[in-house]
Design a binder for this molecule. Sequence first.
Ligand code: ADP
Length: 686
Amino acid sequence: SASTRTSPPGKILSYEKDSRCLMAQVDDLEEIMPDDELKAEAYRRTILKSFFEWLRNTKQGLPDEQMDQLKQITDPGETADFLSAQLLLTPRQRQDVLEETNVMDRLRLVHHLLDQEIQIGRLEAEINGDVRAKMDKEQQDYYLRQKIKSIHDRLGDSVSQEQEAEDYRKKLKESGIPQEFKAKIGKVIDHLAAMPPMMAETAVARNYLDWIFSLPWNKESQDKLDLKEAKKLLDHDHYGLTKIKERILEYLAVRVLAPDAKAPIICFVGPPGVGKTSLAQSIANAMGRKFARISLGGIHDEAEIRGHRRTYIGAMPGRFIEAIAQAKTKNPLILLDEIDKMSSDYKGDTASAMLEVLDSEQNHKFRDHYVELPVDLSEVLFIASANSMQDIPGPLLDRMEIIEVSSYTENEKFHIAKDHLLAKQFEKNGVADGKLKITDKALRMVISSYTREAGVRSLERQIGEICRKAARRIYEGDEKMIRVTGTNLEDFLGKPKYRPEKKNKKNEVGIVRGLAWTSVGGVTLEIEVNLMPGKGSVVLTGKLGDVMKESAQTGISYIRSISEDYHIDPEFFQKHDIHIHVPEGAVPKDGPSAGITMATAILSAVTGKPVRADVAMTGEITLRGRVLPIGGLKEKLLAAKNAGMKTVCIPKENEQDLAEISEEIVGDMEIIPVEHMDQVIKAAFV
Ligand code: ADP
């Protein structure tokens, strides 16, 4: 019998078959007794408890006789043996119990077997129960919820979470969330209802639900695409920009004719404040679409685009989901601002994440890590903006149609201010019409002496400043009507901030005007070269980039190579140090376009011959003195003109760009297209 081990256990070594019976050679087995008797006793009681539970569940009884037997067993090992005999075990399992000579291990084994039996018993009961009691699931849920509610009420939670969950359930029903995902959200709501109110998790769930329901799942605006109307709107909002407006209208026309065609993404490229954002806004207005803006400047973490997983504390959706939620329609126009200022780091490749978002084949099921449900971005109209084309990641650039928006001339700025900015700022600052007047002269002074920029952003700010000062004076009752003129402008804006760039008064040795294209538009750069006795080293100062330094070296090499033509002592460069300085270091400067300017300044310094003060130049130089083309011609010419230059050397290859540049900019300046340094030298030296 397996029930007790009244005699010591044994292990059969071999069988011997006699004619009468089966005999066996048996080796006595020593039972390994528990070291800790208390622990063994605890185990004994535990398995007894489990045994009775099992009996109850299976609705089996134990015959009285056996019950008596069980009551008499006090030895843990024996108890284990006895119980295993009562269970419905396989012979193998029973044998395992028998063979276990370590009492503690035997107890554990039986405990484990009992547990399994109890589990099986429970499942059986469940199966039977399911069939029997067909209690309506909803009724059951309702019952449970009421129970939770009463618990919350008793705990005195002010806003019952159940009420909150009920509100969410209503929202879920009314939301346009695709049917197949409703169950998933439903679960989050149920979870919220069941959670203790003070737990951090409830806040997380609530935050998630609020985001989900703030998304416009099926709300969209109707496109209106009336080109005449669109033109009117663009003209109404923006001065000038004729060509750009035409490009926009063409783009819109294509959308009218082929609404489903895969359109490239328009990208406005130009310096700050030239109206890129406001053009995009006008397009949205013209199409009747909602407008949202995503600022990509400084984004370097992929999670900013795709969101953080919800397991992460303080997780948030990415910028796209944010923009969609803000727009409240699924087909807004989204401006991707400063797409050139995105960068990638170890946290993932932002540019490729971006590509996925913009790809119309993939973006109808955009998955944000936070939202987890696919969101359809395929109907969004994306427009991008950038300061410079060079910094837009290549693969993104391929998908875009670039529209360049360049700097404004002083005259254009004047008209923009007069036609648009004044009215805007008057209204914004509550200055009634007729109470404030800014004369044309004052306006032009604001442009030339209080701002230095490619666009009109700080011009707008300065006008705002005037309005605020004026509003205060009117409010304080000193004056009824205020006139801002050239003479009292300083009362409003303080001392002029900028001295207009002017050409030098006289021709000098070693000083040459270059032209640069910076983030604030075109500027003139005065390049100075000084020589001193030394050992042929070169010093460069004035916040120069690497490219500019290399281009200085190239200039020196070129000048050395032609030194014989200018009767310069061949030893000269070994005996002197060259110091090249570019003043006004506030704006970092880089790029190769100062090449010919530096070479000219060096030659002037070395030969001691002065350079004309009214000549400006721009162009990259090669070791052989060839002049290569440059970018930003319009801005550079504008700067030259503002500084009062008479002659400008530009690379021959840029000559074709002149056609695009208005007469107003070129004015009466003499433009000399040059292919080689010889021509530059001829034009520049007195
Ligand atoms: P960007 O996006 O290029 O930095 P914004 O669109 O923000 O520039 O423009 C700055 C301000 O200048 C806006 O108030 C805008 O309406 C105004 N603005 C820019 N260009 C023009 C223009 N051509 N006509 C009228 N207003 C303009």
